[in-house]
Design a protein around this ligand. Structure first.
Ligand SMILES: Cc1cc2nc3c(=O)[nH]c(=O)nc-3n(C[C@H](O)[C@H](O)[C@H](O)COP(=O)(O)OP(=O)(O)OC[C@H]3O[C@@H](n4cnc5c(N)ncnc54)[C@H](O)[C@@H]3O)c2cc1C
Length: 379
């Protein structure tokens, strides 16, 4: 076990709070702090999804945290895709979801119960002012820790071209649903799913041409929520869209070549991003925390332990990040596929990562494949 008297974790998102809890659990006598720029109880976004098996990592590694989080999750077995007004059920592709704020609150309570000091309203501008034995950069996509030495961390960053805005709504959707629509201005998509009994996430996405044509450019949050309500009025069935830092953005594609620099280490979105269409960023962030804690538990000194973390974790995370990038690329071209019949469009959607062969799909989604074999392109 690597001895560490003090640990500073920058960022109180899922990766930072969870890492702090694990590191403190292993070193009850060390000083472990989380420094978070936001006030307690404030964050961006609404709910997040995990694939139905994605919580298994937690069940295996940390059954106590699993038992605390899972009662707050919504679950469903199938997903739904809507194209040209037709609803198609894709059976066997289940997900579980939770409010981002609820997850953060639960992780904060658990970290504090272990003796972690969580300091809110504390922005770290200059990492060099911190003197802890270990500095964990859990500060997300705009990471100050990563920016403290970009030559060493070597981030590769570009932006996907699609635009998206993350809203919430009081309408609870039955399953995770992908609704694709064509207006007179272009194609738009909504990713929507409930994350509490009476709350859903509602992310609207479109390509740059559709974004411009709809007039979203320069529109404030309230007006773009209103316009999205009009576009998706049938889907929302009269429910309003709620905003929370819901400005239009493009999703960053970011991957660091190095995740460690002396006593500084990156976890979660500060090291890599995974497009929201595969529902894996939060899981990756929490798995990074588990991997870091494991390497520091089995290591003899900080340098070897951090190297072990990087060597073991990077290839595993890399596979999911690659799948997420492929999925994001599919969304960049969905407008060109809107002419496909609903079942064919749906087939194209499910096989977008290139990792789903026909045998696997038949095992996973026999109901969908029966319908596709009868009426789809391959019929
Ligand atoms: C639209 C959208 C939808 C998503 N949907 C899903 C989903 O369904 N499922 C899923 O698994 N993932 C989803 N994600 C991804 C997920 O949100 C991230 O992967 C995850 O939050 C990463 O956790 P993190 O702790 O590494 O970073 P973050 O959650 O970004 O947390 C970083 C924290 O650091 C703080 N911070 C930043 N800089 C500083 C500083 N200098 N000083 C102090 N504090 C600082 C921030 O305030 C923040 O609290 C989605 C992302 C987006 C944008």
């Amino acid at each position: 076990m690597v001895k560490l008297e003090s640990i500073d974790v920058i960022g109180g998102g899922p990766s930072g709070l969870y890492a702090a809890q694990l590191l403190k659990r292993d070193r009850p006598h060390s000083k472990v702090r989380v420094l978070e720029q936001n006030p307690r109880g404030a964050t961006f976004g609404f709910g997040v999804v995990f694939s139905s098996q994605a919580m298994d990592f937690l069940k295996k590694d940390d059954p106590e945290t699993y038992a605390i989080i899972t009662p707050h999750m919504e679950r469903w077995q199938d997903m739904t895709l809507v194209h040209r007004g037709e609803e198609i059920i894709i059976d066997g592709i289940g997900f579980a979801s939770i409010g981002r704020l609820q997850l953060i609150d639960l992780l904060t309570e658990r970290a504090e119960a272990q003796g972690v000091e969580v300091i809110f309203d504390m922005t770290v501008d200059d990492v060099a002012t911190l003197s802890a034995d270990l500095i964990v950069g859990a500060d997300g996509i705009n990471s100050a820790v990563r920016q403290s030495n970009t030559a060493s961390f070597a981030p590769q960053m570009s932006m996907f071209s699609n635009h998206f805005a993350w809203f919430g709504t009081n309408k609870p959707f039955e399953t995770l649903t992908q609704t694709f629509l064509k207006t007179k201005y272009g194609a738009v998509n909504a990713h929507h799913y409930r994350y509490q009994a009476a709350m859903s996430t509602f992310i609207v996405e479109c390509d740059p041409t559709s974004f411009q044509a709809h007039g979203f450019e320069g529109m404030n949050e309230k007006d773009s929520a209103k316009l999205c309500e009009e576009i998706f009025s049938e889907t929302l069935d009269g429910a309003a869209l709620i905003t929370n830092k819901s400005q239009w953005r493009c999703f960053p594609r970011m991957w660091c070549e190095n995740w460690i620099d002396q006593n500084r280490v990156l976890i979660g979105d500060s090291a890599h991003t995974a497009h929201f269409s595969v529902g894996s960023g939060t899981r990756l962030a929490m798995e990074d925390a588990i991997a870091l804690a494991k390497s520091l538990r089995k290591g003899k000194n900080i340098s070897d332990a951090l190297k072990d973390y990087q060597e073991t974790r990077k290839p595993i995370a890399g596979k999911i990040v690659t799948a997420a990038n492929t999925s994001a690329e599919w969304y960049e071209t969905f407008a060109s596929k809107m002419g496909l019949a609903p079942l064919d469009f749906c087939f194209d959607y499910i096989t977008r990562s290139g990792r789903m062969d026909l045998d696997r799909l038949r095992r996973l989604s026999p109901g969908f494949m029966r319908a596709y074999d009868q009426k789809g392109l391959r019929a």
